[in-house]
Design a binder for this molecule. Sequence first.
Ligand SMILES: [Zn+2]
Length: 333
Amino acid sequence: MARRLKVSTRVTSTALVVAVSLVVLGSVLPGGAATPADVAPLPNAARGPAIPQDKGYLVREIKDGLYWVTDGVYQVMFLTTGQGVIAVDAPPSLAGKYQKAIAEVTKEKVTHVIYSHTHKDHIGSARIFKGAKYIGHRDAAATLARAKDPDRPVPTITFARSYVLKVGRQTLNLDYRGPNHEPGNIFIYAPRQKVLMLVDVIFPGWVPFMQLALAKDVPGFVAAHQQALSYPFETFIGGHMNRLGTRQDVRTQMEYVTDLKANASKALQTVDFMGVARETGFENSWLLFDRYFAAVTKTCADLTVPKWRSRLGGADVWTQSHCLQMVVSLRID
Ligand SMILES: [Zn+2]
């Protein structure tokens, strides 16, 4: 378990791509290795619709020209407007499939690309829509200007607080509520279809990716749950995993995160720092803190996992990692 704790906060989105690619491989390889005996079976909440294996993606109209596309691990949405397609995000894992999915339902060209945030695993094939207008938060634009990545064109339409995109018969409200997963991560709301997209924060049916999905701002990450619920949405798109979400999915993850915070706090109060120091001594401070945080996060996970392993996929896999992120946040934020 201690080894998992060594995952540093410097894990990059590249690691996310690699890790998720491994997940994809594991899920599509026939006769893949059985789940280890010490890992809980996946709850029904973590199961989604089958992805047609011949195509490698699923495209589905949610409502009124708003479509959802997934390969089982990444998710995007696009809208037909009568005057061109609005595409939200462009993950490399969907490159090729994305254009096919759009071509399945419309002859319209992509005229607008919205960035949920800057991470390469979500927008790293944005260049395929060359000629479109690229739209993102100004903090995202600043990050991308620094990155100088030809695969992620810097947005030419940016905003600080809110932006309403109207194209043909479609409307999207883009809002920034402060940093969470990263600075510039936005809420994308389709009022007519009552669909909300917020990426890398809420994972319907699953606990978040490791370390609260590598949240740059943990208090902002926690607050984003209530901020999401302030929209009158009926369908939620989280950018990851295999199914659409509901309001209940957002409430469920909020309950998980609330439990996690309470248990991290309890662990900080109960684990005896001097007791750990008696075993490690004080000479090697890093050893002392490593063992102390290992004990705190294990206590936090032991309090959290039994309640959640049958409710959310991966609760027994990554709760200890989430505990570490929460413990560190409670100490410094
Ligand atoms: Zn991200």
